[in-house]
Every structure is written in C-alpha cells, then in structure tokens.
Design a protein around this ligand. Structure first.
Ligand SMILES: [Zn+2]
Length: 428
C-alpha cells in the first residue's frame, strides 16, 4: 500500500523508537539450522524490534529473556499456496454455497479466523492464491495485517485468479441470469495484459492463472490430460506483463497440456502438478520453475470427489506421487503449499503437509526447507524469512520433540513469534 503523504517527521520518530527497542533474548535447548540441517545446542537468538540482531550463546545485558526450555527453535513456516477466503470446497455444492450465498462480510470474518489459525500453527508467511469470488478481499486483509488491525502471517496475495471464458465455475447456470464467477475472465493476449495491469493497480503481489481445469482424463501411459484453458501466446502475454512489473505468475496446472503450456510460457510456479512427465520436470528445473504440490488438499478431496462421480479422482494420488518423484529427480525446487481453504481451516493443520511430503520420499530436512528457505526464495524473501540469522525477520517457532526424526511434531508447535512479537505464548 502506498502512503504518498507519509510525514517525514513521523517516519524519523518511528526510526528513533525502533533504535530504542529493548532486546529480547530467546533461549531454547536446540535451534535447527535449516541450511545445514544440523542442530545448534543452547542457542540465544537476540531480537530487537522486528528483526533478529544476532544468533549466539550469550544474553545481552538488560535483555528480556524468553526461555523455551527443551524445545527446538525453527524459523517461522511459510505456506506458498492458501485461500484464506475459502473454507473447503471439495464438492460443487460446497463451492456454490460460498460463492452464491455467503455475504462478503461473512467470508471476510471467516478469513480473519483463518489468518489467526495459520499464525498460531506457526505459519508466519503465506502466499494466498486467489479469492474465489471475493474480489480483492485478500489485498484488504493483507493491509489490515500489516497495520496491526488483525493478527496474521505476512501475506503475498493474488486477488482474483485469471482464467478464460467458460473454463471456471460458476458455469452452466441460466444464461439469461448473471451469476458471480470464481475468477476474472480474460481472452486473448491484449485483454489479458489489461487484466494484469488492472489487478496490479488494485494492489496485488502475484498473478495466478488456471492453466487447465475441467475434463481430466487418464492417458494410455498413466498420466492425466485435459483441454488447456489458454494458448501459449495468452499466457506469455500475462507473464511478460507481470514480469515487467516485477510480479511473478503462478499456474494452477494439473494436466499434461496445462503443465506443458504454462512451462513453455515461462510461469514462475506450477501449482498442484498432478501430471508432470520427466521431460516436463527437466524443463522446470532448467527454467527455475518451482512446484508447489499441495498434497494435503489432494488427499482431502480425492475420496470425496471420487464419491461425487469424478472418474479419475481415485487414480490421481498415485499419478501425483509419480510426478513429484519426477520433479525431485530432475532437481525442481519444491515449495511447501497446502491449498488450505480447499480443505476447512478449522479441521486440518497446514503442517500435515510435512507428513505427506515425507511419505512421498522427501527427507525431513528437505520437507522443512520446502516451508522455509525454498518457499522464502519463491516469495522473494530469501535471507529475510525461512532462516534464523542476523537481519532476518524475527519470525520464530518452537516445538517440543525432534522434527528431524518425526515431522509430525510440526503440528504441535506451541510458541510463535512474528516480527518480534510473541503471537502465541507458551502453554501454562
Ligand atoms: Zn488453490
């Protein structure tokens, strides 16, 4: 958000206050250095204001001490794929109810709850990838968090996703009535450039497109395909316009054609990636395109959608597992993403994703890096988030147990600091 009338005297006063902030010394039995994968014993992390001043072994004179006992200290976690304005949409009726019946204020109220839940579970950063018919509510919520009006993670937001005519719900309702739609529609290169410009003008940080949506079918060789929503030229127009504004593009892509066209057009991340052949994975690695696999939502919706009549949904988990393996083998960067909101925020802790990642072959430290250093790189926070080091954001979490032995303990985070403020105190 821009504040062209920000008073210089006020800014100077704020800086003075910052310099006078007293230090907080955070102690724990161990600190996980996510870069090396090694534990550091008896660390003291000195926090001043909203950043980390030093990481060492001694408490500076006059510092307020927070002793976390035998817990392990980690950087705050980052979920690179969420929907704060959605509360579970495994089936079409669930989606229709939220889009057609819920008042915007109701959706915002539930989003405020989602932000609090995420933060208390240790997610101090999130990329929220589209509002599903809730306009630019995510931009407003991001700004409210930044102003300290409501608690929540640091947010990168996309506003409404972009898709093409007829490719995204709500479709096939009475043509003589107007219904809301879960995306912003654009067709053709120039109209899509205009749509990107418009979104950026409303304050978004990312662009999201739906590279493919309906019509998934199994291929003869065990992947899935569907008609793509876009031509390569249309996505190239979106990407070039966004990149000209230093904004990145994520592509929901679950089928061969969707993945292939999105990669060719130069998007920055592939979301879900159910069907990624070895050749596509190699191209992603070569171009530095991240994969956010969203295994938690995949597990949540597979059975429900199969029961609702989706023919390929029961097969998708094993195809998805194969695609993730292809990406890891090729060296694609895997960014932690859950698609929270695709499942209810109140039912599943986002940290469940760590367990799915490990179940599909990632080592515990690889899984932890996906939600720290790798996700931070994707979101442009490298060196600031996802690490515990001098000058990084003072975003810290603590957990009882050993996450390198059992990543499921990351669902039991019981102390959280964001920007130097304790947002979840230790249990009594
Ligand atoms: Zn999503």
């Amino acid at each position: 958000m821009r504040r062209p009338l920000l008073c210089l005297a006020f800014a100077a006063a704020a800086l003075t206050l910052r310099a006078e902030d007293s230090a907080i010394a955070v102690k724990a039995s161990r600190l996980l250095d996510v870069k090396t994968g090694a534990y550091v014993s008896n660390p003291v992390v000195v926090v001043r204001g909203d950043h980390i001043e030093s990481v060492g072994k001694s408490v500076p004179p006059g510092a307020t001490v927070i002793d976390l006992g035998d817990r392990v200290l980690l950087p705050g976690l980052i979920d690179a794929h969420t929907h704060i304005l959605l509360q579970g949409d495994a089936t079409t009726p669930e989606y229709h109810e939220q889009i057609l019946q819920e008042y915007p204020a109701h959706r915002v109220a539930r989003a405020v709850r989602a932000l609090k839940i995420a933060l208390e579970h240790g997610f101090t950063g999130m990329r929220d990838l589209e509002t599903e018919g809730a306009s630019y509510g995510d931009v407003a919520l991001r700004d409210a968090v930044n102003e300290g009006v409501i608690p929540g993670p640091r947010l990168r937001v996309a506003g409404p996703a972009l898709s093409t005519t007829g490719s995204y719900p709500i479709t096939h309702f009475r043509p003589d009535w107007n219904f809301p739609i879960g995306v912003q529609v654009c067709d053709g290169a120039d109209p899509c450039r205009k749509a990107v410009r418009e979104q950026i003008a409303y304050g978004t940080d990312w662009v999201k497109i739906y590279a493919n949506t309906g019509g998934l079918r199994l291929t003869d060789d065990g992947y899935v395909d569907s008609p793509p929503n876009w031509t390569k030229e249309e996505i190239e127009a979106v990407v070039s316009e966004a990149h000209a504004h230093r904004i990145k593009v994520s592509a929901h892509a679950r089928s061969d054609s969707g993945v292939r066209i999105a990669i060719a057009a130069g998007v920055d991340s592939i979301e879900h990636g159910d069907s990624i052949r070895p050749e596509a994975a190699a191209e992603m690695a070569r171009k530095g395109i991240f994969l956010s696999p969203t295994l938690t939502v995949a597990a949540y919706v597979a059975g429900r959608r199969a029961a609702a009549g989706c023919a390929v949904c029961g097969e998708l988990p094993k195809i998805h597992a194969k695609s993730l393996a292809n990406c890891r083998k090729a060296g694609v960067k895997i960014a932690f993403g859950t698609d929270a909101g695709g499942f209810p925020w109140t039912e599943i802790n986002q940290a469940r994703e760590f367990e799915y990642e490990v179940r599909l072959g990632m080592s515990p430290i690889e899984a932890i890096r996906s939600a720290t250093t790798v996700a931070a790189e994707l979101l442009g926070w490298q060196g600031k988030a996802g690490v515990i080091e001098k000058d990084a954001f003072a975003d810290l979490v603590a957990v009882p147990g050993d996450p390198l032995k059992d990543v499921s303990v990351l669902s039991k985070i019981d102390w959280v600091m964001k920007a130097g403020q304790v947002v979840r105190p230790l249990p009594r």
